[in-house]
Design a protein around this ligand. Sequence first.
Ligand SMILES: *[C@@H]1O[C@H](CO)[C@@H](O)[C@H](O)[C@H]1NC(C)=O
Ligand SMILES: *[C@@H]1O[C@H](CO)[C@@H](O)[C@H](O)[C@H]1NC(C)=O
Ligand SMILES: *[C@@H]1O[C@H](CO)[C@@H](O)[C@H](O)[C@H]1NC(C)=O
Ligand SMILES: *[C@@H]1O[C@H](CO)[C@@H](O)[C@H](O)[C@H]1NC(C)=O
Ligand SMILES: *[C@@H]1O[C@H](CO)[C@@H](O)[C@H](O)[C@H]1NC(C)=O
Length: 580
Amino acid sequence: MRSLLPLSLFLTVLDVLHTVRAVVPFEVITSNNPPAHRLGRRAVPISNNGNAAYMANITLGGVGVSVILDTGSSDLWVSFPGTPPTTTDTGKSISLNYAVGSASGTIHKAELKFDNYTVPDQAFLQVADSSSFSTNSAFNGLVGLGPSDGSAILDKIKGNAGETMLSRIFQQNKTSSNYITFLLDRKNDPSASFTGQFTIAETVKGLENITSQTKLNVETVHRLLDDQQHWQAITDKDSVIGPDGTTLAIKSIVPKAPKGQLVAVFDSGFTFSQVPRELSDAIYGRVQGAVYDAKNEWWTVPCAQELNVTFHFGGVAFPMHPLDVVDDNFKILDTAGNRVCIGAFQPITSAFSLFGNFDMIMGMTFLRNAYTLMDYGEWIERTSNDRGDPFMQLLPLTNRATAHADFVKVRLNGVDTTGSSQFALLPASQQQHSPVSAEEKKKKYEEMILSRWPYIVTGSLVGFILLVGFIIWRCCCRNRRAKKKASAKGFFEPKSETYLPLQVHGQGSPPATSSPYQHHQQESQQSLNSQQAAYNHNPQYSQQNFHQPPPSQYYQQGYPQQGYQQQGYQQQQQGYGYAS
Ligand SMILES: *[C@@H]1O[C@H](CO)[C@@H](O)[C@H](O)[C@H]1NC(C)=O
Ligand SMILES: *[C@@H]1O[C@H](CO)[C@@H](O)[C@H](O)[C@H]1NC(C)=O
Ligand SMILES: *[C@@H]1O[C@H](CO)[C@@H](O)[C@H](O)[C@H]1NC(C)=O
Ligand SMILES: *[C@@H]1O[C@H](CO)[C@@H](O)[C@H](O)[C@H]1NC(C)=O
Ligand SMILES: *[C@@H]1O[C@H](CO)[C@@H](O)[C@H](O)[C@H]1NC(C)=O
């Protein structure tokens, strides 16, 4: 959970914005009629930075700061714009690593105000230098809205004092429910009917019936480690409907995912949604003029191409707004200098789950199409009410017909040419497939092993016991048989040498069926060796992960995440020249 790369894409995109800033003024929307306190209901306004980042204001140590709302991580860090206010320094330093950049500093405590709540001594990471993270001034930090299990600050400062902002807030009113909701607005949407809003233990006016939507269980597919818990849900069966109106059947990488269903993480820190490569290819690979940009790892398509994509969760259809599916927020040019748009359901690469915890990440491109409720339930300690299982509820916001009209207005100058031959999808047989890099092949292979390690370990153990049992039996039996040999019937021999011993010794079933994972068990020995060789080439993997012997360290260091994050970061550094 911790540092689930929430910012990889977001920052990629901000960087793109930097390079094209002269072309596109990059303004922060501030709503004209803030909905806060409207009709007795509280809602914190959310600002939308070019459809690439969503932020809210908090007051920390008396200073107002703008922080990214990130459901993909669990820590609060702030880099004060001017001279930092006087706060309590705990003297403990930590470093939070994201796909792009890291935030390091010391943990401080200060009075925090958010919504209508005041936390007298909120723990947060005070970052002196966040330049490796971003030089963008649109925000001063980030507030993680994920479960506290993923909090690095809580790891350092145990107990109540180290709890996340939301835990501290929920603990103030022990009888209220432990949920948040958020509504992300879409910039450049001609029929936009709401502003960005964030609420705590209340719903946004007019959207109250989100509380009657299906409750999506977020713990169904077990993660292997506690800090790998995300805000996640399983899609319905065959739930993704592609641009040609048919189901896009994609196989899950999650070992326990039900057949035909995918595990989706909901992460407000990702600008673009991260989906399995086959899914991204199926959405964009049949568009005439589609080009895969291997450097940025996204598809580019003509901006006038309307693509309808629908996801299903909890038996409900979530149509994606075509303005979100083909993204025009970043003014990208192709090699010939023509404007093209980005396929905003991007192949998952740096965020790929090496432990096979999830298939895809629903970022802002998805979240703008749903009003989202996240109920923390029993994840919040020290509250008396709302002790149930955590869950999510989603209410669709996009109406297909209105969205189509919006698209025609914005991208086609009001003339509906979506039916013309230039926009017809190529036949499925002519679909383009984006190249899979060697790095990605390796990751997929590693995932296959790592996601199954508990079974592999169990399988190895069972195998070892069977082997020892077999050797013991052979020794004893040899002796006995040697004595019996003279009188034994010849035809009995072959059978007794094969499977009889195992049954005689009551070791359960014969070896071939003793564990369904036997196959993987054999695979694992080979591959772990080759993996270790591979990891050794990568100092981060070897130092941080494989060379830390005690298992407890793995937990503390957020084993799976840090490896891929930092790797992601390095890729970014190469691609965009980030200074570290
Ligand atoms: C955050 O605070 C700044 C400065 O007070 C203000 O200009 C801005 O509108 C606020 N943003 C939101 C989303 O409330
Ligand atoms: C906000 O908090 C103040 C003081 O705690 C309280 O008087 C006020 O009623 C609250 N407002 C709302 C809308 O709950
Ligand atoms: C606590 O929450 C309940 C339910 O939302 C509300 O009725 C009550 O007024 C709240 N108490 C305080 C002190 O804010
Ligand atoms: C939510 O409310 C609207 C009208 O306010 C209604 O049309 C819709 O059916 C309701 N949805 C659910 C899931 O209750
Ligand atoms: C997308 O869906 C809308 C609404 O159903 C429809 O009017 C439009 O023709 C569809 N566009 C394409 C390219 O399929």
